[in-house]
Design a protein around this ligand. Structure first.
Ligand SMILES: [Ca+2]
Length: 559
């Protein structure tokens, strides 16, 4: 742990707990055992100080139980090393973590929240759920002054990254309802991956760079037996038609100047939902022609993230069009899965396909992504609240602490790679193996680590890794916008989801397969507009006009 962080943590502990004094030392690494005795765990303070007779006015024995809900992609054992470490960080806190499989996260959490069983903290990757729970009074609002007092590093990291506006994601009526998750500028870009050994096998010696070159490579992958087994059993690529419909092959759309599920600056100076922009139709025509020619996996409609990874690992497709740069590096399940079955496979990343007008680029989710929110239960005890804020200041801003929680022990679970990015050993890149270590706990969320810490995890600031992700003519916040929906009223989003969203997803796939001919594209746009798309478009345009004002309120508090 960096000295400066430790000092600030101690300062804040002193500020918050008053006479707590040196009692904090006792927790250490061994603290987990004693605090696991439930008789010592108190939901809130009150009787504690009376019992701590030997402490003479202090409450050094007091323990607060903190409930936390996080989405995960694999097992988390009830007792695990990660939990022990987490409990050792700030004396007095004992976490009870509910790790919920990410696909059923809201299905499980929603009924509990509705029945009043509210976690003190929970990961919130849904704007709609955030707005909804804010309105229902499920969330607890903290005074910005307390955030500044207990989370000085977090506040200063966002300021240093010029991301103070992100506090607007969790600001309502002057109170802070959680912590914004902010990434470095333009990180998490998609980056397409290729089988370089396949390209060479079919007579192509460089990574494709244009729509034409993509088409040529896909054609040869489909018809020229790139794996050399004498069987016609391969395709150019597959798409996640089952679970990622809004973003099928976004970089191909980028070649036409838009992203289908984003708000794009249209020729008339307004924002249009990508698929409804005439340029979206051109991209659909190209994608449909590739499907007709057999270059796209014909099973793509039923392919999800797991299915895509399997097809890649089993050498059924030679390109991935929904990955990020770090998926294409050793230590990632997508890379490791392929190499485990085909050790001679050569994986490379490449640029987004360039279109005829020179447009190209990879979509990214922007700087403002999700939230970790406070349940109202967290506010019941101010001393507990302060300690939790201190803990979150530490785990979100101290890279070593965060790495211990997300990746495990250096040398045991992971090592630094040549770019000094933590790389899990292959045994641990498979989430199925991580139950006892607890390594799945914070892999999908739960820690709103700051952009400074995030850059160190993802290597997003390393040119050599992320150069393709960053280059191009499409810029989030200039000609397309990923984050406006975070500020659009919940009722507009809910109304959109009720009908127009389904129309979008269904027609997107039907236009690719030809189930609906593209001659009916204009009719689709009309249907979408009538089904709630028009109000949705209007709300996003209004939000776009007001976004600076919205951010300015948060900036005035935290700058
Ligand atoms: Ca073959």
């Amino acid at each position: 742990m960096k000295g400066k962080k430790l000092l600030s943590l101690l300062m804040c502990t002193l500020l918050a707990a008053g006479a707590l004094g040196a009692c904090g030392q006792e927790a250490g690494e061994s603290g987990g055992e004693s605090r696991n005795q439930s008789s010592e765990v108190k939901e809130s303070s009150g009787t504690e100080s009376q019992e701590a007779a030997q402490g003479e006015g202090t409450n050094e024995e007091q323990t607060w139980q903190v409930t936390l809900a996080v989405p995960v992609n694999g097992p988390v054992d009830e007792k695990n090393e990660t939990l022990d470490y987490l409990n050792s960080l700030v004396p007095g806190l004992e976490f009870k973590i509910e790790a919920i499989e990410i696909g059923s996260y809201w299905d499980i959490l929603n009924p509990r929240l509705a029945s009043g069983e509210i976690p003190d903290i929970f990961h919130c990757h849904s704007d709609s759920m955030y707005r909804s729970y804010l309105e229902q009074g499920v969330l607890g609002g903290v005074a910005p002054e307390l955030i500044k007092e207990c989370m000085p590093e977090f506040v200063s990291d966002l300021k240093e990254c010029d991301a103070t506006g992100a506090w607007s994601l969790v600001l309502d009526n002057g109170l802070i309802y959680g912590l914004p998750i902010v990434t470095g500028e333009r990180t998490y870009n998609f980056t397409n991956g290729w089988r370089m050994d396949w390209l060479k096998a079919v007579g192509i010696d460089k990574v494709p760079e244009t729509v034409e070159e993509y088409e040529e490579a896909f054609t040869r992958f489909t018809f020229n037996d790139p794996d050399g087994n004498g069987v016609d059993d391969t395709y150019g690529t597959t798409l996640r038609g089952k679970d990622s419909t809004p973003n099928l092959f976004p970089s191909l759309f980028g070649a036409y100047g838009i992203f289908p599920g984003m708000w794009n600056l249209a020729e008339d100076g307004t924002l249009k939902f990508g698929i409804t922009d005439p340029r979206g139709k051109e991209a659909l025509e190209k994608l449909h022609s590739w499907y007709e020619k057999g270059l796209i996996d014909p099973e793509f409609i039923s392919v999800d993230g797991v299915g895509r990874t399997e097809k890649w690992a089993n050498s059924k497709v030679g390109a991935l069009v929904d990955t990020t740069y770090y998926n294409l590096q050793p230590g990632d399940a997508i890379y490791d899965g392929l190499l485990a079955l085909t050790p001679e496979a050569e994986v490379v990343s490449g640029p987004a396909p360039k279109g005829e007008d020179g447009d190209y680029g990879y979509m990214n989710w922007g700087r403002y992504t999700n939230r970790v929110v406070f349940g109202k239960t967290l506010l019941a005890d101010e001393e507990k609240l302060k300690k939790v804020l201190q803990l979150y200041d530490l785990i979100s801003t101290d890279f070593e602490v965060c790495a211990r929680l997300r990746c495990g022990v250096e040398g045991t679970h992971w090592e630094y790679n040549e770019f000094r990015v933590p790389q899990k050993f292959s045994a641990y890149s498979d989430a199925a193996n991580n139950g006892p270590s607890g390594l799945n706990t914070f892999w999908q969320g739960g820690i709103p680590y700051t952009p400074i810490v995030g850059d160190l995890f993802e290597g997003s600031n390393i040119e050599e890794l992320n150069k393709y992700g960053k280059e191009g003519t499409l810029v989030n916040g200039e000609n397309y916008f990923s984050y406006l929906g975070k500020f659009v009223p919940d009722e507009v989003g809910t109304a959109y989801k009720a009908e127009a969203d389904t129309l979008y997803k269904t027609n997107f796939i039907d236009f690719i397969t030809g189930a609906r001919p593209l001659e009916e594209y204009d009719a689709f746009v009309e249907e979408w507009m009538a089904a709630g798309g028009e109000a949705y478009t209007k709300a996003h345009n209004e939000c776009w006009q007001n976004i600076e004002t919205i951010m300015a309120e948060a900036e005035s508090i935290f700058n």
